[in-house]
Design a protein around this ligand. Sequence first.
Ligand code: GLN
Length: 286
Amino acid sequence: MPKPSEPHRQVTAVLDAARRRLGPDGATEAALLLRHLLGVSRAWLHTWPEHMLTPEQAGRYEALVERRAGGEPLAYITGHREFWSLDLAVTPATLIPRPDTETLVEQCLARLPAETAVTVADLGTGSGAVALAIAHERPVCRVVATDLSEAALAVAAGNARRLGIDNVEFLHGRWFEPLTARRFALIASNPPYIPEEDRHLHEGDLPFEPRSALVAADHGLADLKAIVAGAPVHLEPGGWLLLEHGYDQGEAVRRMMSDTGFAQVETFPDLEERDRVTAGRLTATR
Ligand code: GLN
């Protein structure tokens, strides 16, 4: 507990200290953390640099800055991340949505005509990012989202409620398992695809994220393979499968899809021009 004699501290002073603690890119994060703590806008911070924090607020702010300095992802500290202009709640039970995954959403939407009511599946939905972005853009479609993690599904369902998106259904289970015999016009997934030995797992936000959402056996290809293999019996004739994958897995995923009978197999780049999403179409169903 702060002692009564502790002085109140100005917004500018605490921001300066936080910036120094957080290093080169610290300015934006210092401001974001303070906005999160005080529940204020960016404009408010600029307008009231001389506002005094109570000793209690200053102490809580310092604790947030320390968590960030210890490597904890900003999105887990604030509990939020924006994806496709949707404000999503995220927790350590979910992967933090990446801007790269907007490529997956774009390619899905390009295959879903605006006024055509079809059903779409999102496998391994996590925070619900992909399912909610599609459902939001295609209100006439029904989206079914699955996840093996009940904790993640609770976050995703909470996001749907809070955003008022009511055309998504959340089902618990591994990949296709909870879909029983249902077929879809389009199946999307951003499964785990990082190889166990990848050094990126020790960098940035990744050490804090659920390993089950990141890492797959077989050089990162195990879950991609399982989804390609299981997709044909869950697709309608002419249905599409779209998968996010690693920048160096495009060729492997194209081969899997072609070998499984998919046509129009094509890979699309992410924002940094790396292979990121492969799509394929099933012309004849089984
Ligand atoms: N694209 C993420 C990363 O490399 C991984 C996401 C995933 O495994 N699906 O950080």
